[in-house]
Design a protein around this ligand. Structure first.
Ligand SMILES: Cc1cc2nc3c(=O)[nH]c(=O)nc-3n(C[C@H](O)[C@H](O)[C@H](O)COP(=O)(O)OP(=O)(O)OC[C@H]3O[C@@H](n4cnc5c(N)ncnc54)[C@H](O)[C@@H]3O)c2cc1C
Length: 488
């Protein structure tokens, strides 16, 4: 193939998300020249629109808040959450280095950590929040990468194929998606950081045939369509644990997506209740995570539910999608959220519970009984809901019309499986031999190594390992290209 444009560099990085900035900084600090390719028009991938939370262990912030954490405690939580399917070596590598190689490293490169929160499955708070969320974190690292001298970020440029010469990866053939021109980038080492495949529902259903009959939505960064998996497999790389996908169920179909495939993640309604298509509750709604809420909703027939709330709760609704943020800030635009509630065909309302039941197509009597029964527990001052054990203290009843129901539909969010690598992030073949010149990190590598989380994760265990493995890949790619000493 004759390329319209040819470039050369020491280290080439595919993808500008978490891996892009981390590997880029690392390779550049080692002295290598770096070029980044980004398929989308906008840089940043899922990382820049993410919540930004990173699971980090034994930090200054934890100690200051009197939180006693330890590597062994975090490892135990991690392995339990992963249901024994995590890559234990990678998990320990990450946990033991997360303070110095992520928290302190990022702090020294402009990221401001503001607090630690506790999520399901964690014995202590360790979900560390950066100022400005994922956008704040990614922008700080992007700024640092530019300050270090990385000036070639080719947007609208989709990597298509890895170039192999004498068994070694020596570059990438890409396409300029605006002109259709072919771009060839030759490099001494290539880092693949093209993210996961949860914005490609066909690929999700290919690895999860059990979900084919359900409506499942796309929920990762828009460019995370699994391009890298095929590219790496085409040169002999192996994938593993591909069916371990983290679903969120607090999401509705995005009515602005003409393909009807994208999900909008909804937060901010702690007092909603979930009812299934039969009009009954089935779960403690406080346990809404990928390991609990998703499992419960996916077990319903059909696999969706309605998030029911009243008029006192709608102001708190937040949509985790940049379309609903104030431009340039990671904070919600209340007017856009209000418009969504009014115009989305996936959000129904009714002046009475009976009217709402009819709107959402569930048996009226059952639905009214479900809501009244739940309210009665709060009214009686019960501390816990007798059906599913949900704490009821200080809980609002669903009693102020109009009533609303949001069609919560499982949304594929994070890939816990991907390309298998060794501890230097070298992609390995089916005999676990490294493929010369090829490094893989982040969600393409199931966040790190192939399957660092296992079946489920503790939250913050995606972005954190993606940044960390990005650093590892960048350092070893630079060494492979003749710069630096590799990851220390
Ligand atoms: C809304 C949202 C919130 C999240 N919040 C959190 C959180 O709080 N904590 C947490 O731990 N995790 C979170 N995650 C997950 C986390 O953001 C990702 O796992 C992480 O960003 C993965 O990093 P990455 O670099 O591998 O992929 P990304 O950050 O997605 O970057 C991959 C990039 O590669 C580009 N690309 C793809 N194919 C090609 C190609 N062929 N050529 C060139 N470029 C290509 C993509 O467009 C993208 O820009 C969240 C995810 C989402 C979607």
């Amino acid at each position: 193939m004759c390329a319209e444009r040819k470039l050369e560099t020491d280290v080439l990085i595919v993808g500008s998300g978490a891996v892009g900035v981390a590997a880029g900084i690392e390779a550049r600090e080692a002295g290598a020249s770096v070029i980044l390719l980004e398929k989308e028009e906008i840089l940043g991938g899922a990382a820049a629109v993410s919540g930004g939370g990173c699971a980090i262990v034994d930090t200054f912030l934890q100690r200051e808040a009197g939180i006693e954490d330890s590597h062994d405690l975090a490892f135990e939580d991690w392995i339990i959450a992963g249901q024994g399917k995590a890559d234990e070596v990678w998990a320990r590598f990450y946990i033991e280095r997360s303070n110095d190689a992520l928290f302190e490293w990022a702090k020294d490169r402009g990221v401001e950590w503001v607090g630690a929160r506790q999520n399901e499955g964690n014995s202590v708070p360790r979900w560390h929040q950066p100022k400005g969320g994922g956008g704040g974190l990614w922008n700080a690292l992007y700024q640092t990468a530019q300050d270090r001298g990385i000036d070639t970020w080719l947007t609208n440029t989709a990597a298509k194929e890895l170039i192999v010469e004498d068994g070694r990866i020596i570059g990438v053939i890409a396409e300029d998606t605006t002109s259709g021109d072919t771009v060839e980038v030759l490099a001494k080492a290539v880092v693949m950081g093209s993210g996961g495949f949860n914005s490609n529902i066909d690929m999700v259903k290919e690895v999860r045939p059990d979900l084919r009959r359900h409506r499942i939505l796309e929920g990762s960064g828009r460019g995370d369509t699994g391009d890298g998996h095929g590219m790496v497999e085409a040169v002999g790389g192996t994938t593993t644990h591909m069916d371990d996908i983290w679903f969120y169920v607090f999401a509705i179909p995005d009515h602005k997506d003409e393909r009807g495939r994208r999900g909008l993640v909804i937060r901010g309604v702690p007092d909603n209740i979930w009812v299934n298509a039969q009009g009954v509750r089935f779960h403690n709604e406080d346990l809404s995570g990928g390991g609990t809420g998703s499992v419960a909703v996916l077990a319903q027939e059909p696999a969706y539910c309605w998030s029911v709330m009243d008029s006192t709760m709608t102001d708190d609704v937040t949509v985790s999608d940049p379309q609903y943020y104030i431009p340039g800030a990671s904070v919600k635009d209340p007017e856009k959220v209000k418009a969504l509630i009014e115009e989305s065909p996936h959000i129904k309302s009714g002046a009475t519970l009976e009217a709402l039941a009819s709107e959402i197509g569930v048996p009226e009597d059952t639905f009214v009984e479900t809501v009244n029964h739940y309210n009665s527990g709060i009214d009686q001052g019960l501390t816990e809901d007798p059906d599913f054990g949900r704490p009821l203290s200080n809980r609002k009843m669903i009693q102020s019309p109009p009533y609303y129901a949001l069609n919560f539909t499982p949304t594929a969010r994070k890939n816990f499986g991907g390309v298998k690598t060794d501890l230097k992030c070298r992609a390995v073949d089916k005999h676990y031999e490294p493929i010369p010149g090829l490094f893989v990190a982040g969600e393409l590598a199931g966040m790190a190594g192939g399957h660092i989380n296992g079946k489920h994760g503790l939250e913050g265990t995606m972005l954190g390992p993606a940044l960390f493995s990005g650093r590892v890949a960048g350092a070893w790619a630079a060494k492979d290209a003749g710069f630096g000493e590799g990851f220390k």
